[in-house]
Each structure stands twice: as structure tokens, then as C-alpha cells.
Design a protein around this ligand. Sequence first.
Ligand code: SF4
Length: 434
Amino acid sequence: MSDEILIRKPLGGYLTIGGKRPAVVQTMCNTHTSDVEASVAQCLRLAEAGAELIRLTVPTRAEVQALAEIRTRLVAEGCNVPLVADVHFTSDIAIEAARVVEKVRINPGNFHPDFDKAKEQLARLVEVCRQHNTALRIGLNHGSLGKRITDLYGNTPVGMKEAAMEWLRMCRDLNFGQVVVSLKASNTLVMIEAYRLLAEAMKQEDFHFPLHLGVTEAGNGESGRIKSCVAISTLLEEGLGDTIRVSLTEDPAAELPVARYLSQRYSGTLPATPDPALAFGEYSAEQVRTMLDAACVYGKKLFDKEIDEVAPECPGQSEAFRAHLADELMQACRRRFYKSEYIACPGCGRTMYNLEKTFNEVQRRTAHLKGYVIAVMGCIVNGPGEMADADWGYVGEGNGKVSLYKGKTALRRHIPESEAIDLLLQLIEEDSKA
Ligand code: SF4
């Protein structure tokens, strides 16, 4: 069992992550953090919808300033939800953010490539965290592991585990225990294997850091929900996982009922009646609950190859619903692909275009394609790295421009948004004939 860590709440008291507590439900704002008004409004709405932790992106120093203002405004509104600063590239920004909010997420892959220098950066950050009672998430992602690790282990679950263990050992050496760790991937098999390997490695070194679970860039709709649920439920069933973020390319409030369902199901507190907030699009809450139940029943069995087919129970639903659910379950567990695989980040303060609308349009226009992995990413800073093993990528640059990728190579840059989907389809078609 993981150790409990206590995240201080801004108005007093603590949020516990780990131990025997049900998994903490969290989400992330998709506003621009520098837009204080919009970010405060979204945080209040997310807190109202049940978020126990809310993350905001902090790309530059300007956002640290905005974050401080958001923190003050939320306290004035009586909102007692701890905030997490999401910092990718600069340890200096992480250090500044650690003075402002209750938790900081860092991506070690983006710290200094030299191990000793990275250790110095972490030591300075930990010192500030200690002074301000701020917690830390070591947030590794498949796709942004850093050159040193990928040179040694490849872009693999083993590499993810090794990278996490390096950083956890550094935290232990610094005698700092306010740490949560995550190893996210959009490929569900990679994600599950990475967490299993990490759990085993932590056990061997007697580490008990709580785990933050998530399938990154899971997409949207029923596919995004089912993909997240099959993977997260597999780990929860094995007793792994202390906090959950279901990452959807939708309004972040839509993530919360799905994460809450998982937390309740695996803590034995799931109500018999479906949460009305589960409803989305054409699906009623009861239908979504049927999908999530099936994801939890079949996920682990499909991943572990205990079964080769599924026959989900769908009382009161049509045969078309049942068949579609079966297809989605098989695809989410990577056992059979009935359509292209879509990867889309949830968007955050770095996103400079209408990601949700574009992702829907890309899915609609590529629905006839099968067997590809197609990514739609919100920003040029993290998008290309995070889309991991996508065959094709649509990456927003900002200012109405888009880069189009084949694998890791940018085939076209600075394409106007209005032309980008047509060009993507043209490139895929030309490539298939080559
Ligand atoms: S890839 Fe998406 S979620 Fe990640 S930093 Fe960029 S816009 Fe935000």
C-alpha cells in the first residue's frame, strides 16, 4: 500500500492522497492561465462538479504571476480545492510556482539532460517545496522521456520505469516524501506495463509513493472514456493507483464523473443509480454507465489475454449499441482495431486554437481510414513529443497555423488552419500510394 501524503488546502485542512483513501479525482483547466477571469470561473465550476485537485499550465513566468492571482481570487470565493502548477521546461518556473500553489507537477524528461545538473535543479525545487509545504508530482510521459533515458532503454515501459525510479531515488536521497508519481502513455498497453514495472521496482526498494493514474491523449466521446477506463480499472483492480485523471478532449468538467465512477467502484462506494453527470452527446447516463461497467469487467481480462472476445451485457439497449461497445472495448485494449486510433491531447493553456472542434472534424474526415494512428495536438511545444508513436499528426502552432507530421517528421509547417485537414488527407493518400 502507498504512503499517505497530505496536500495542504488553501483554507485549512488537508487532502489525503494514498493509503486506504479512495482515489482522488482530479482534472486540469483548459483556459489560458494568463486569463485570470476565465481560469477562476473554470476552477469554481470544476470544484462545484467535484474536482478534488485542479491543475493549471504554467509555461512562463507570466503565468506564475497569474496563478498567484487565481489562487488569491479562489480563496476570496471560499474555494478550498488545492491547485497544481503544471510545469514542463524550466526548473526556475517550477520553483516560483512552488511558492504559490499547493502542488507542482514536473516532467523530468524536460529537466537538464545531465544527471548531476538535474539533481541540483531538483534539490533547489525540493528546498522550496519543503519551506512552503508544497507537494510534487514526478510526471513522466511516454514520448518525452529525455534523450539520456531513451538512449539507454528506448522509448519503452522499462525506460519510463527507470526514469521514474531515478527521480524517486533522488527524492529519497533528499529525504523528501511529499511526492506522487505518474507514467502516462496514450497506448494503453504501454501505460499498464509501465505502472506494473514501477510498482514492482518500488516494492523492491521499499518505496511507497502514491501513484497518479491516467491515459494521456485518450481522445473524446465513448472512445476516450472506454480507453481510460479499461487501463485505469486494470491497475485499480491490482491495488495500484491513488489519484486519477481521465483526460478527455472535451470540457474538463466531463472528465470528473468518469474519474469519480472509477474511484467509487474500486473503493466499494459506487451508488446503484448512474451519476446524471455521466451523460454526454447522444448517450444517457445509464448508457454511459453500461459502457464504463463493461470497460471495468473486460479491461483486465482482455489486456491479460484471459479472453479473446467480449459479450457485454447491455440491458435495454439495441444490438447496434452492444456491437459498437464490443468494438470499442476490443480497440481500447488493443486486441482488434475496427477504426483508426486517435490520439488527442485534452488541451490546456498552451492551446491556441479550437482543439475540440478540430479533433471532431479530423475524426469525421478520416472515418474511412483504418489502421492508422492519427494525433491532434494542442501545441507545438509539447505536441510533437507527446504524440509518441502516431503515424500522422496535426499540431497547432498558434496564430491560425498548423504543422503536419508523418511520424516524428514535420512534412509541412505554417499551414493555414482552413487548409490543414484537406492537406493532411492528401498527404495520407499520397503516402498510401507511394
Ligand atoms: S500537448 Fe496539449 S495538453 Fe500538452 S501542453 Fe500542449 S496543448 Fe497542453
